[in-house]
Ligand binder design. Structure first.
Ligand code: ZN
Ligand code: ZN
Length: 339
């Protein structure tokens, strides 16, 4: 399923086009993967609508890829044919710059994203440098493993950046693929932490309550108590302003979104310094993921064990999955099944 150009999903309901192309040829240190499942991420909407545009077209989107190794490059030796592997958002980084050397390869200037800067997993085959592929723990099905690779890994990174200690309460603004995995992770990693969920749709709030949130309200509601940290996974600005109002003194808002939509940017003018920012409140963004985030989240998810709630679509239904995501028909994570 190929993206040929930037488009407005409100007008174009079928942004991706199905096509037959040649099977990719792995480079010397690459593995070629026969894809069986690929998660659908909000970032794909940002790519297709041009908020984080692919540098060149056409491109195959998709960065939560699970499949089997079917070919290895001449110098690739980490995996054997038939091994089940995953590919995440980080397709490669330079490995030499100060960020890479300090373990922050997510900040590398040469960071390449799967499905944006190079072809991704909305396809039968994809290739990746072997150093950027992950073994998938046995207990997950291919479809369950897919959302762990982005929604889960970036959720873990957000949680780390939130600096939360067990027993401190946490807010989640938006409750899609990443939010629901953060909630499941928190219940294991911080058993005494209470989770408050802010979500626009009743379906999402009901889902959050079912997974153990102590309180659920609309995006702009005031929480019954002030929160030590809030993780925002919405595409908008209004929830950011509301979240700042719900933070406790010294609290931190972590924005987990590669780009925000600009439609309601004027909401930022409603920031009232004493109410929203004073008392040492902080705002921090989350950028990309490192291989360590992905590896550690896969291990953690297997230990919990944490099973993502997935909704499956056939590869040919990728456009419908994207529109459902855009229109927030969400329960858990969306995954394309590739036979
Ligand atoms: Zn993603
Ligand atoms: Zn680098």
């Amino acid at each position: 399923m190929i993206c040929h150009q930037i488009t407005d999903l409100k007008k174009n309901r079928a942004p991706l086009v199905s096509a037959e192309i040649a099977r990719p040829v792995p480079g010397v240190k690459d593995v070629l993967i026969r894809v069986t499942a690929c998660g659908v991420c909000h970032t794909e909407l940002d790519e297709i609508e041009g908020r984080t545009p692919p540098p060149a077209f056409p491109v195959i989107p998709g960065h939560q890829v699970v499949g089997r190794v079917v070919e290895t490059g001449a110098l690739a030796e980490r995996f054997r044919l038939g091994d089940r592997v995953g590919v995440a958002w980080i397709h490669s980084a330079c490995g030499r710059c100060p960020h890479c050397l300090a373990g922050a390869e997510n900040l590398c200037a040469e960071f390449k994203a799967t499905g944006r800067d190079v072809d991704g997993g909305y396809a039968q085959f994809t290739k990746v440098p072997e150093a950027f592929a992950y073994r998938i723990p046995d207990l997950f099905t291919d479809a369950e493993a897919a959302p762990l690779l982005c929604a889960g890994a970036i959720g873990l990174r957000s949680l780390r950046l939130a600096g939360l200690r067990d027993g401190q309460n946490l807010g989640l603004t938006g409750f899609g693929a990443s939010g629901h995995l953060v909630l499941k992770t928190v219940r294991y990693a911080h058993p005494d932490t209470e989770v408050f969920v802010f979500a626009r749709s009743g379906l999402e709030r009901e889902f959050a309550r079912h997974l153990g949130a102590v309180w659920c309200g609309d995006i702009t509601e005031a929480s019954p108590e002030k929160l030590h940290a809030i993780i925002d996974t919405t595409p908008a600005w209004k929830p950011v302003v509301a979240a700042l109002g719900n933070l406790a003194p010294g609290g931190r808002l972590v924005i987990n979104a590669i780009r925000k939509e600009s439609g309601d940017q004027s909401e930022l003018l409603n920031i009232d310094y004493p109410h929203h920012l004073w008392m040492e409140k902080e705002i921090k963004s989350v950028a990309n993921v490192t291989r360590r985030d992905v590896r550690e989240f896969l291990e953690l998810a297997a230990a919990i064990p944490l099973r993502p709630e997935v909704q499956e679509y056939a590869l040919e239904e990728a456009n419908r999955a994207l529109i459902d995501l855009k229109e927030r028909r969400i329960k858990g994570a969306k995954v394309l099944r590739i036979d």
